[in-house]
Design a protein around this ligand. Structure first.
Ligand code: BDR
Ligand code: CA
Length: 314
């Protein structure tokens, strides 16, 4: 019997690792990508929505619907990451400007509409950037909460600390108020924090495997990774850098690659010193109820095999 596809919305701020994640999702027959909603994050919204369209065309899926969502965080000033992703957000490969059009509807309204019009608990949100679009959707239409199947998100860090401040990871730091709404919503959450993504290293051999695919998508992915890893290689002194966002999609495809535990996670929204910190009750020292599955480990070879194979089909 044919199993039905899993319906997802990808909320994203491409971004090199977002670009790899989007390609893997579009290459996966198990997934039905209902739409891609862009958010400001790694670079401003005008670039993240354009980059979404560039990647859809690279994946030969120009019919994918791309929406622009929030241009900045719910309460704070936008912080971007051109130091890592370059001026365009996708520096490295030469990728043509997209021909496909941006959808007219706002991304936040699209998220609300899809959740309201789909059968309850059938739509999963894959969040690869700051959580602004999702926070705004929850604020505008709190009745969508019980309709979401699950949110799988890349963000936060506990054992690894932060990557943008000593305490905070970029996606949560950029919009801690949106993150607090998401973590407080009661929606089932799976979190891919730095604790696990730092174990998914783009070693030279892994990047070479993408280049050896000798396809447009394979070569572009290798060039994206070459650019993306240079900053973290220097920072951490590693062979390659962590590949964050594709773990969200890989978890959907092969959850057995991952392990973690159900814990309580609260978001710091007040202290400037620790703004955006994910405060994880990993050792259950409080009575706060678990609200997220916090992933800490993965089969890194299995993960890279999976995404290499999927991108190889594009
Ligand atoms: C996250 O921040 C962004 O730069 C990446 O795309 C990823 O989503 C990692 O902290
Ligand atoms: Ca991202």
């Amino acid at each position: 019997m044919e199993t039905s596809k899993r319906a997802i919305i990808i909320d994203t701020d491409p971004g090199h690792d977002d670009a790899v994640a989007i390609q893997v999702a579009l290459a996966s027959p198990e997934l039905d990508v209902l739409g891609i909603t862009a958010v400001a994050g790694n670079v401003p919204l005008g670039l993240t929505e354009k980059n979404c369209r560039i990647i859809c065309e690279l994946a030969k899926r120009p019919e994918t619907r791309v929406f622009a969502g929030a241009a900045g965080p719910m309460k704070r000033r936008l912080v971007t990451a051109e130091n890592i992703h370059g001026k365009s957000g996708l520096d490295g490969p030469e990728l043509p400007d997209p021909m496909m059009k941006l959808q007219a509807q706002n991304g936040v309204d699209f998220i609300i509409e899809v959740l309201k019009s789909s059968p309850e608990k059938t739509v999963t949100i894959c969040a690869l950037g700051p959580l602004t679009n999702i926070g705004l959707a929850l604020q505008k239409a709190p009745e969508i909460v019980p309709r979401v199947k699950e949110i799988i998100l890349m963000g936060g860090g506990f054992f690894e600390g932060g990557n943008v401040t000593p305490a905070a990871e970029f996606n949560i730091f950029v919009d801690p108020d949106a993150a607090a709404l998401v973590f407080g919503s009661g929606i089932p959450l799976v979190v891919m924090p730095l604790d696990v993504t730092h174990k998914a290293q783009t070693t030279a051999a892994r990047v070479k495997a993408f280049r050896n695919l000798d396809t447009q998508a394979g070569i572009a992915t290798a060039e994206l990774l070459d650019f993306f890893e240079r900053f973290d290689e220097e920072k951490y002194g590693t062979d390659g850098g962590p590949l964050h966002d594709p773990n969200v999609i890989a978890y959907l495809l092969k959850p057995d690659l991952y392990s973690g535990r159900f814990v309580n996670v609260e978001i710091e929204t007040e202290s400037e010193l620790t703004m955006g910190m994910t405060v994880v009750d990993y050792w259950k020292v409080t009575r706060r109820s678990p609200n997220a599955f916090w992933v800490t480990d993965l089969d890194a070879d299995g993960f890279f095999e999976l995404i290499l194979h999927r991108i190889g089909t594009l």
